[in-house]
Write a protein that binds this ligand. Structure first.
Ligand code: 4AD
Ligand code: MG
Length: 431
């Protein structure tokens, strides 16, 4: 007997196999039972025909409950009607563990109920599809950066510094010292770029933001590349090529998952570099034309503004050259005017908002010292960061891509809470 997973069934057409699985759903009549089987690698329908199997096998199939674990034996057949393309003609069902009163039934449940049962909700077909797409984006990320000469570097999670401002920090004790959970690995990645040239990180970041929107998590994962000798425009080219690469990888390798989610593929197919760029100044004018009369030069964009700007394009759009006052201390000023910085946010289409924030970094020691002062940061804490400008300072740039917002956009799911296995949200630490 061949032991198989559901994903490997296409290799065993017309053969008898045994799989370990759970009962995702079940339908039966007096003569036939349909078992919706899942094993983590995929979903397949098992067909049990009463007249073809011993009576106890048919009874087992008829009485097995949702989410019971089973060993199923059967013959693999092609099946045009199933999205997967295969089904199992079942000859044996062995219940490993009978599940009792599984709380998530095929009927509709409210979001809070599903979130309380996140540890089980992950098993559903939609959630499974989103997690597979998340995994594909991570895989493609490593491929892209490895193929383009970047080294993976892991910045610390426990830190003494606050790259993105001091208002949203999770403070903790580090023995007798104060420490914070990392908001961004960027400052450490700048040090790494001076040692390794082109680097990227992938890790968890934490923001004690009191925001309760469909785009905000308290704990989220970021990919942060940093490149020595890269200036503002070079940085944008890396970003558009990287984002195109991950979208095209998901299209190539997650057909079934995108179908499960009902994603409009035509919207993803056009995501290819280059991406349009619009300056902050022009974005303000565009918003005025679109009827946002209240917004003024110097204001930050909210979700409705970002959505309105993004609607003008069918690809992600870079908004560049934001006012200096809106951005963190480390961004390089525009050489032609010092009221804006050499930065860009990448706004995803279809209302998914900002997926990347990035910039050229200040490489002049005096200017950076001045900014540290202006932002009332403790010069001792940033001593090591300033020293990067003392020993062979070079122009350099980098960016951070928020994984969950990117997964939400590519999967087409409404809220970031479905894009991470166990979301940390305002007022939610369970499960
Ligand atoms: O724009 P942010 O704050 O930029 C940085 O942290 C830079 N230090 C990155 C760098 O240049 N190395 O965050 C980057 C991205 C955002 O564009 C967004 O996609 C995501 O991280 N992000 C969040 N995602 C979910 N929940 C939150 N609360 C997020 N805050 C930022
Ligand atoms: Mg940002």
């Amino acid at each position: 007997m061949i032991k198989s997973t559901i994903a490997e069934l296409p290799k065993h057409v017309d053969k008898e196999v045994k799989i370990g699985a759970w009962i995702a759903n079940k339908r039966s009549s007096g003569k036939i039972a349909f078992l919706q089987l899942r094993d983590g690698t995929g979903f397949v329908q098992g067909v049990v025909v009463k007249s073809d199997v011993p009576e106890e096998v048919f009874q087992a199939a008829k009485s097995v409950t949702q989410e019971s674990s089973v060993y199923v034996t059967g013959k693999v057949q092609t099946d045009e009607r199933s999205p997967f393309g295969y089904e199992l003609l079942v000859s044996g069902v062995e219940v490993i563990h009978a599940s009792v009163d599984y709380p998530i039934t095929p009927k509709e449940h409210g979001t809070e109920f599903l979130m309380d049962n996140r540890h089980l909700w992950l098993r559903s077909k939609r959630q499974h599809a989103v997690m597979k797409i998340r995994n594909e984006i991570i895989r493609a990320t490593y491929q892209f950066f490895n193929e383009n000469g970047f080294a993976k570097v892991d910045p610390p999670i426990l830190t003494g510094s606050a790259p993105e401002g001091t208002t949203e920090l999770f403070a903790t004790k580090y023995f007798d010292e104060d420490a914070y959970l990392s908001q961004s690995g960027q400052l450490y990645m700048e040090a790494a770029a001076m040692a390794l040239g082109k680097v990227f990180s992938f890790g968890p970041t934490f923001r004690a933001e009191k925001s309760k929107t469909r785009r905000h998590l308290i704990e989220f994962w970021m990919i942060e590349p940093e490149m020595a000798f890269y200036e503002f425009e070079d940085n944008l080219v890396v970003q558009e090529e990287y984002v195109s690469f991950i979208v095209q990888s998901v299209l190539a390798n997650c057909q079934l998952e995108l179908k499960t989610l009902g994603r409009d593929l035509s919207k993803l197919e056009q995501i290819k570099a280059p991406f349009p760029r619009i300056s902050y100044d022009d974005a303000i004018s565009l918003l005025h034309e679109k009827g946002f009369d209240d917004i003024q030069w110097g204001d930050d964009f909210g979700a409705p503004h970002e959505t309105a700007i993004a609607e003008t394009y069918d690809k992600p759009v870079f908004i560049t050259h934001y006012p200096t006052s809106l951005k963190p201390f480390y961004m390089q000023p525009d050489p032609n005017r010092d009221d804006v910085v050499l930065c860009a946010d990448l706004i995803a289409p279809e209302g998914y908002g900002e997926i990347i924030g990035g910039s050229e970094r200040i490489h002049d020691m005096d200017l950076l010292e001045q900014r540290v002062q202006e932002h009332q940061l403790d010069a001792e804490t940033y001593k090591w960061y300033l020293e990067l400008r003392k020993y062979g300072s070079v122009p350099h740039s980098g960016f951070g891509l928020g994984l969950e917002r990117t997964v939400a956009w590519i999967s087409g799911v409404e809220h970031v809470r479905e894009t991470i296995p166990f979301p940390r949200l305002l007022n939610r630490l369970y499960p």
